[in-house]
Design a protein. Structure first.
Length: 552
């Protein structure tokens, strides 16, 4: 392998090799504003010089907030070039969490991006933290402004930049956290370089790459899947302006690589079925001459016609949903498994190594093994330095011989494919003393396309119940129709389960689960403890009512 370069060095390389090529595509009021490699590099160097002039100690932490934007990525690179440590902040996270992260990381400054909750966010910033506004209408007004700073500062000289040693801290990524305060995952330059080069060797570029960035850049997955790779393969990065334009702008961008959580794939499926019901789709798919034409039209309509690599991560995706994409769109959605603490380098299905339901074969250099009790363990140079200011949690995260404890249970089939069987902490015990792993059962029932979110609840109960929410389309259907389909699917799932695992009933909840009501993390994972706590009384009452389906 050639000498490994960090993201700043690669950005400078592309700025020299193809200065006028487009790199960052920012939509503003529906119009795309393009930044070339030369323009982006110039802004990064100017902001890096500005940060250096602040005379903060090397390695000072600097936050980046707001929705994904061109300036988010440029700020991240400027922080790195200035010798400091970036700290991403999730959009719409609780004010208390924002304040905790800024105080815990001892942040010197925070970049302010466009956000829907500007007043709450600004109120959470400690008075000691310097604020710098990105040039967007929805960005809060800070003490300093990006455009004014870069206009007033000469670019940092190329010879003034020295790449830090591999052991130096590069970034702090705070886990989105389903319980308690988030932990600051410390990733070094060596961690990031190992992971980025390993990921790119597994899935090399086959031509000009085009990315669509819409999942939070504060999350490790988006950084390692899009932001960092674009610096290494010279790919274009297009940003989502706001969530309401997801369908419209995904179709405009038509990325070559697409990444999403299961909820996103479910919503794309729902949008397709809203325009073309499954019974009609089934009839068209049964005609060979029409099948290819219809698949192509649908993929063009949703913006997936150019996808060469399509991956789902962050949570288990139902096998039925993967099968639906392959059968109806001719699109193979691969499943991956990527803990932040492992620099998201662990295991993923690949185009030539795919088995539905698994997360692929762990690469040889990932150091994978299962513990005696089935916990998934990894050991490689990408493993985090530890949790920031938390030696106790750091010790608990590793085995005595240096393997990362993922907290997930798994199994490996005869061909070496890894399957996630559930989070260790999510496994519950019923009143009968039997243990139940909820995730696989939730995935089985998720084949009901009327359902958006599911949570299997049963700790201390005689029999578990499934709490579900409906898609927007299903909420417009007659209740009897939804109930009939749900009863049929529940019966089919129950035939595959042990007696103590069977779903006693499904309870349909009125309200959607989202970030705003505290039932989902910023990365769209369900906060199991919060849902269970909020609906514990309702579930107990529903168990006393003899019906297959209950409605809140």
């Amino acid at each position: 392998m050639n000498e490994q370069k960090n993201s700043v060095q690669m950005m400078l390389q592309w700025a020299a090799a193809k200065p006028n090529a487009s790199w960052l595509f920012q939509p503003i009021l529906g119009q795309w504003k393009t930044t070339t490699w030369a323009q982006g590099s110039d802004q990064v160097r100017r902001m890096a010089a500005t940060l250096k002039a602040m005379n903060w100690a090397p390695g000072s932490r600097i936050g980046i907030s707001g929705r994904n934007t061109a300036h988010w990525i440029m700020a991240d690179l400027a922080i790195t070039m200035a010798g400091h440590v970036s700290v991403g902040l999730y959009p719409k996270q609780a004010s208390a969490t924002t304040r905790y992260i800024l105080e815990h990381s001892e942040a010197k400054a925070v970049f302010l991006g466009p956000m829907p909750d500007a007043d709450d966010f600004m109120a959470a910033i400690p008075s000691s933290v310097c604020t710098i506004s990105f040039p967007y209408q929805e960005a809060p007004v800070g003490q300093l402004k990006w455009d004014e700073l870069v206009a007033a500062t000469a670019p940092m000289a190329l010879e003034a930049y020295q790449a830090p040693p591999p052991e130096a801290l590069m970034t702090l990524i705070y886990t989105s956290g389903t319980t308690g305060n988030p932990k600051g995952v410390m990733l070094s330059y060596g961690n990031v370089l190992f992971a980025v080069y390993s990921i790119m060797n597994l899935v090399p570029s086959l031509g000009q790459e085009c990315y669509f960035s819409y999942m939070p850049l504060a999350h490790a997955f988006e950084r390692f899947a899009i932001a960092l790779p674009s610096c290494y393969n010279g790919g274009e990065v297009h940003f989502l302006e706001n969530v309401d334009k997801m369908g419209e702008q995904l179709a405009q961008v038509a990325p070559t690589r697409f990444f999403g959580v299961p909820l996103v794939y479910g919503r794309i499926q729902t949008a397709i079925l809203h325009k073309m019901p499954q019974h009609k789709l089934d009839r068209l798919m049964a005609i060979p001459l029409l099948r290819t034409i219809i698949r192509r039209k649908i993929r063009v309509a949703v913006g997936l016609q150019h996808v060469r690599f399509c991956l789902s991560g962050a949570a288990p995706i139902p096998a039925a949903l993967l099968d639906w994409y392959k059968r109806n769109l001719g699109l193979v959605v691969l499943q991956g498994y990527a803990p932040t603490e492992a620099s998201v380098y662990s295991s993923a299905c690949l185009p030539d190594q795919n088995r539905i339901g698994s997360v692929g074969k762990p690469p040889q250099n990932a150091g994978f093994k299962l513990s005696d009790d089935g916990e998934i363990l990894f050991k490689h140079p990408g493993l985090m330095m530890g949790y920031y200011k938390d030696p106790e949690s750091t010790r608990a995260a590793f085995t005595e011989d240096g393997y990362l404890r993922t907290g997930d249970k798994g199994r490996v089939d005869e061909d070496g494919y890894l399957y996630i069987t559930g989070r260790i902490k999510d496994i519950f015990k019923t009143a009968k003393g039997k243990y139940v792993a909820p995730a696989p059962i939730e995935c089985l029932l998720a084949r009901d396309t009327d359902l958006e979110n599911l949570l299997f609840i049963g700790s201390g109960m005689n029999q578990p119940v499934m709490a579900v929410t409906l898609t927007a389309a299903a909420r417009g259907k007659p209740r009897a129709e939804v109930e009939q389909g749900l009863i049929a699917e529940m019966a089919a799932v129950n035939t595959t389960l042990e007696p103590h695992e069977k779903i006693a009933k499904c309870v349909v909840l009125k309200d959607a689960w989202n970030i705003e009501n505290g039932l989902m993390t910023p990365t769209m994972k369900v906060k199991r403890n919060e849902v269970e706590k909020r609906y514990a009384g309702l579930m107990e009452r529903e168990l006393q009512i003899r019906s297959a389906v209950g409605w809140e």
